[in-house]
Ligand binder design. Sequence first.
Ligand SMILES: Cc1cc2nc3c(=O)[nH]c(=O)nc-3n(C[C@H](O)[C@H](O)[C@H](O)COP(=O)(O)OP(=O)(O)OC[C@H]3O[C@@H](n4cnc5c(N)ncnc54)[C@H](O)[C@@H]3O)c2cc1C
Length: 409
Amino acid sequence: MDKEEKMDLKSGYPFWAVKNGLMYAFPQLDADLTCDVVVIGAGITGALIADELAGHGHDVVVVDRRDVCWGSTSASTALLQYEIDTHATDLAKRYDQASALLAYQSSLRAISEIEELAHEVGDVDFANCDSLYYASNCSDVSSLADEFAWRKQHGFPVRWLSRAALKDEYEFKAPAAILSSVAARVDPYRLASRLLKRMQRKGVRVFDRTEVTSMTATADSVQLITDSGMSIKAKHTVVASGYESQHWLRQRVAKNLSSYAYISDPVNPVEPGWLANTMLWESSRPYIYLRSTGDGRLLVGGEDDDRDVPARRDRMVERKAATLQRKVGRLFPHLQAQPAFAWAGTFAETSDGLPLFGEHSQHGPRVLFALAYGGNGITYSMLGAGLLRAQIEKRSHPLTGLFSFARLE
Ligand SMILES: Cc1cc2nc3c(=O)[nH]c(=O)nc-3n(C[C@H](O)[C@H](O)[C@H](O)COP(=O)(O)OP(=O)(O)OC[C@H]3O[C@@H](n4cnc5c(N)ncnc54)[C@H](O)[C@@H]3O)c2cc1C
């Protein structure tokens, strides 16, 4: 494969990059290397996968063409949810009940796994919260009710809130909502950066500003060549290059769009108070969503464009933030939360809302893709870490089939 153009992944001022700055400097690769597994991409996906592999005895090298975490990870709003953008009831219709259950139950477990890791790494603004998923209009109530019934029947931690209950308990106007008691938030840039630094201390070789320009797989190894002509030879390669991963595949596997976000200054006290520990999203597609941070800011996202045109995205950041702010104002007339920083990013989604992990016939079994696409990208990356380790260790894993490229055939 040939050298790719660097994608313009984000616009405006992604808050995490502004807040944290360049946390750690990693070297550029300036010598040939061999290792068990080379991970292309040092965002949250590459960091979680490398951590999982290195923690289980694999000799891992991580390379990134940018500074680490400077891709989509710095633009993420990082709501951690088991609730996939595609309802479980729709997944069950598209595939079967067992697949829907597997996707939702695995995602539920992934939240606890991220929590455990976040506590181990420390200081990453992780917090558990509730998730309030409301019907945007009356015509969505029946599909939401079906979704609620499915989740309840399968033991998910949900409560149904009628219009009256929402008004009583939340002073919030909507036709109905599903309240989930499992969700979380994190600073994704900080989590990934601190993970990478931690693994470097333990001997993992991490290089940034090192671009992989070619990849050649044989039956027993993969050879990568970097932009400065260095060679990395590994038993396996994991392509965790985010939305740029499509470059390595002739098959179009996802659709790129643009997504917008803004964050306010700290709002103290937040009004209504429940917003401090409850994230909010809705049944319309694309949806608007809202969550708080540890220092009391409100983070709002949505207003997706259905195509990703970076120049247009750059121009639209302020206007989209103003639209999001107006919509928040309609939901919460007493909330004072002006945009302090606004940004946007490329975002990719698959047709069923599920990610793609594993080998692709174009490259064979030595090259494993980690395409954590969709609104639950970070939760998926956590699941992908265990899944890809199992594949590298030649063990079976329950998600191998459901998250594989085979389902696109
Ligand atoms: C606005 C927005 C809001 C979002 N909100 C949420 C949310 O609320 N919850 C959630 O779970 N997910 C969310 N996501 C999705 C989530 O952010 C992504 O799933 C996640 O950031 C992807 O991480 P990644 O590591 O796969 O990609 P990236 O962070 O982009 O990392 C990939 C890395 O690969 C490197 N790379 C690419 N090509 C090469 C090459 N040839 N050689 C070397 N390095 C290379 C890049 O430089 C980059 O650093 C959101 C995304 C956006 C844009």
